[in-house]
Design a binder for this molecule. Sequence first.
Ligand code: SF4
Length: 373
Amino acid sequence: MTTPSFEQGPIRPPSEAASLLVRVVRNCSWNRCRFCPVYKGSRFSLRALDQVLADVDAMRAAADVLEAATALGPGSVPPEAFQVARFLRGGAGAAFLQDADPCAVTPDKLAAVIEHVRRAFPTVTKVTTYGRAATLARRRPAELALLAAAGLTRVHLGMESGSDEVLARVDKGCTAAQLVTAGRQVLEAGMELCFYVMPGLGGRELAAEHVRGTAAVLREVAAAAPTEHPLVVRLRTTAVVPGTPLADDEAAGHFALPDDVEVAAELHALLEQLDGVRLELRSDHALNLMSDLEGSLPDDRARCLAALDQFLALSPAEQAELALERRLGVFRQPGALLDAQGRLALQRRAAGADEAETAKKLEAAKRFRARFL
Ligand code: SF4
């Protein structure tokens, strides 16, 4: 089987695993965030509108070839068409615009891409994109309304922190005020908004400030979300990836990465400061210790706090064992701690670890986070 060629960017959010991937720009126009390994060493470039539209047509042609095939199996789908096959098997309902900040292109050009995707794939009901706060905060409400009218349904935005001090230290290229403006404008234009928050990004030194600023931005933005689509917040625990500027900061003693117990304490403080806030919390990445820290706030806030309390009340040896097992993929559901049998089994596995061994396990668990990026 042969299919026409088209470009694909390197990443998409886990929730867009079955989306059609449409590369509107190449790499990241900012590319300075100190924690981010994704586009370092790659140059940003805009793509001409006719190239992007031609890619959409090529994906349509690939979909036609795949739909006509009698059987699909390993080796029968060209690697480049794999995502199109995934999109078709997933119901062909969503498309995702790449790479880091497609919203940086002019709104009329982006609207033309979105409309072309919807014409070429009439089953698509959701078109989503990554967006930077600094870009979206600059857009006029009418420009965002144009994108929404063209069919853009959701923006994934890397908030990381709501603290100006933390944002400046990691060179995020935006302020808390821009996060609030960008977030509120996206919601007011009628689109869904997903913020990505990075527990641990303030390091040990700025942990309390990181929580305070993040809670403040979330409160302000969540208040602008309509009942039918509340703000979605996805947790991405901070990892120090070798070769990144953050790794240099750590080596120079300017950044101390919080361990899993410290991150749990941060999350507890964050949830405490989100009393009464309405948002959807998601923990859908292996970077996070607790995959069950999810739910609709405010209703599920007490349950999430109780899960964190339970982890924080374990002995240091149990916390370290659980953190390490989670990173190694052995202990998949920390929520099973609620089960007395699960707790007993954990106690048995953690038994005998002295203070030094416990510290080593926590350190190893912290380092293993980088393997998930
Ligand atoms: S804006 Fe996003 S993709 Fe670009 S460097 Fe920052 S985190 Fe990475």
